[in-house]
Design a protein. Structure first.
Length: 193
């Protein structure tokens, strides 16, 4: 509900910010910008939008998160079959073996999960046995879902895991990337080595 409201606020403010570019009088400024060059009109729209982003708390909150999101994509080679990797990522007992921490996991869509004693929590969205896992990871007060997609591709040396993690908050990006590289996939690879 809050996300829908936030989207409406953002759209409303964006559409209002386009008015000066079209030469319509800006009610907040009581003047038209028709005489400005196209570059200055675009600059005015950006500046006007930023002004509203700083004076409208809901828009400021949304802009902080939406404009500061990052995506991460990488391939990891693991010396095990896609079926073995899939089971290692979805079975709580196997997860606990290679993470060294208690894990809550189910292959039921819309089920909640927790890894590394609650350091990673979210909701399972989709499963294709031996091929694909899609999850939503939770971050505090994040309006846009952070989606993790893991695709398992067979290769001669085992499995190439294609990771795509979208909408990572900028403040968490470096820690998330480090976690994927040096904890999650490092531990999984060591488990099968």
């Amino acid at each position: 509900m809050f996300t829908s409201y936030l989207s409406c606020v953002i759209l409303h403010e964006f559409l209002r910010s386009l008015r000066p570019c079209e030469g319509v009088t800006d009610p907040d400024r009581d003047r038209s910008t028709t005489e400005a060059t196209p570059f200055l009109r675009r600059a005015h729209v950006v500046a006007w939008g930023l002004l509203h982003a700083t004076t409208n708390p809901a828009l400021q909150f949304a802009m902080t998160y939406i404009l500061n999101m990052k995506d991460f994509k990488k391939y990891y080679n693991i010396p095990a079959t896609p079926e073995e990797i899939y089971l290692a990522m979805t079975m709580p007992a196997t997860l606990q073996l290679w993470t060294g921490e208690p894990a809550e996991m189910s292959t039921e869509p819309d089920s909640e999960f927790s890894l590394w004693s609650g350091s990673i929590v979210g909701k399972n969205l989709e499963f294709e046995t031996g091929r694909k896992i899609v999850q939503q990871w939770y971050f505090d007060t994040q309006p846009e879902p952070s989606i993790v997609t893991l695709k398992l591709h067979p290769v001669p040396q085992g499995t190439s895991v294609e990771l795509k993690h979208t909408n990572i908050p900028d403040a968490d990006y470096e820690d998330i990337v480090d976690g994927w590289n040096n904890i999650y996939f490092s531990s999984l690879s060591d488990f099968y080595s």
